[in-house]
Design a binder for this molecule. Sequence first.
Ligand SMILES: Cc1ncc(COP(=O)(O)O)c(C=O)c1O
Length: 290
Amino acid sequence: MSSQPEVFLNGEFLPLAEAKISVLDRGFLFADGVYEVIPAYAGKLFRLQQHLERLNNSLAAIRMPPVMNEQQWTEVLNRLLQTHSQSDQSVYIQVSRGAANTRDHQLPSEYQPTIFAMCQSIANDNLAHIAKGVHAITLDDIRWDWCHIKSVALLGNILLKQQAADQQCGEAILLRDGYANEGSASNLFIVKNKQLITPPKSHNLLPGITRDLVLELASADGVDCIEAEISEQQLGTADEIWLTSSTKEIMPVIKLNRQIVGNGQPGELWQRMAKRYSEFKTDLRKQAHV
Ligand SMILES: Cc1ncc(COP(=O)(O)O)c(C=O)c1O
């Protein structure tokens, strides 16, 4: 038996090294595809329905129908996770418009989508490191106008993230017309006078699954939450800044553009919400064992 991790490609489960696609795949040639990243705790998928709904919304936005239903996805993902029932994993799904016979910008009238899924470990030591607080910078958002689509065209995001990394920062917070919308790979929250604020969903940001959960957990815990635009000035004077994503969870920002945020430590409300988030994960893990 091969020691290669097993992946899913176009209806088959096979070792990673044997998973091959055509160089004419439109995902490769044009970034003509979308993706999802779904955490799984002790084999239990985190908010699967919401992730699949966003996948189907992304597909619809690029004029593709759903490629599999929820039951089919569940079977595929559970099979990938079956050898990882003790650890935390993130499942990666990518769907592209498949390979045409020639390289042509125009959408093919008929095609066979390329459907790929794999899982990899979530680095829990990295999460512990993040919990101590990250540094961030603000940058102009150079991406396109359809940031609500989880497109595999991530060149803008990765170049922005790299600019942050070049300055020893963990994330770039992106500005458009004087407003902060999200990070290069995360959603944005600020706390001001005990109120939790996150920008409303729009074409300027990805509708994060973690974002929605954080809003739910905070509301349930009696926190005053609003969805409102965050100006660059509000960002600069926030008591706390958080960045959320499926694999990084809730990252407290302790320095923005080299200036200390709040008292320079992960804030009080962050501590409370990180605890709620961790309890949510513990409950999920318990469900995996019933
Ligand atoms: C640009 C961007 N915004 C927000 C997020 C957070 O989304 P989620 O919480 O669903 O992981 C991501 C995740 O990768 C992202 O790439």
